[in-house]
Design a protein around this ligand. Sequence first.
Ligand code: Q0Z
Length: 276
Amino acid sequence: MELVYSGKVRDLYADGDNLILVASDRVSVYDVVLPTPIPDKGRVLTQLSLWWFGQLTDVVANHVISGTDVPAQWAGRAIRCRRLRMVPVECIARGYLAGLGLVSYNETGTISGVRLPPGLGEGSRLPEPVFTPTTKAAAGHDEPMTFAELTSLTGAEVAAELERVTLEVYRRGAELAGSRGVVIADTKLEFGLDPDGSLVLADEVLTPDSSRFWLASEWQPGRPQRSLDKQFLRDWSSGLEWDRKPPGPAIPPEIVAATRERYLELYARLTGSELG
Ligand code: Q0Z
């Protein structure tokens, strides 16, 4: 199969007209891929994405053709999908203040042009989820985009639909996760267009690599929140003399095991079933 694109932790292959999206067991901390894999991480993220796509079929069509008709070597961690014309925008919904949303709020009191109440801090819940699209920069960091810029890129109709569907996916995901003790602080979605021009949810959805997941019982606004999936890795690596530049350090077995358990537990908590 032809490798179309290799990302930090995932790879994309072409199989005729289809694409095969393969999640690896690679993990990144502070944007650096570590040399040690986390067993089952690729399977957890793939199966979680497939589960969410299924939960969201009444909200938006998706790119999935099959989670099982994939080459045996990638069984469980690959998705066969339709190749779409991708919308070159990261569609982000934020329900809590963290990351670049927090930076923007601290500088201007707004995110993506939406004025927020004063007095919010790191980890605060927003009065309403906010749509914060960003450009997909080929290199370096993604840039925030105004709604007007989005409109000039996609047309008004698609832009409005991207906002509506992104916020609806976030609301539905956050509500379901919330009922199971997990806060989804924000999420990044990618969409494509069908040959007939209709919007299709693509890539991965509501995984810990595309979203910030916090344990609801640990959530405490006003301080950085503990990441549900990567906190062991961050706590361990912050005790090292490592400048957070590549190459990253090898992960010791007990940290690998604890991180793996976190991913499996997250899957079980959200979906209500153990990953086989
Ligand atoms: C997704 C990505 C990577 C996985 C292109 N259905 C689709 N049609 C056309 N293009 C894409 C998709 Cl999902 C597409 N990406 C991001 C990179 C592994 C996904 F290395 N790029």
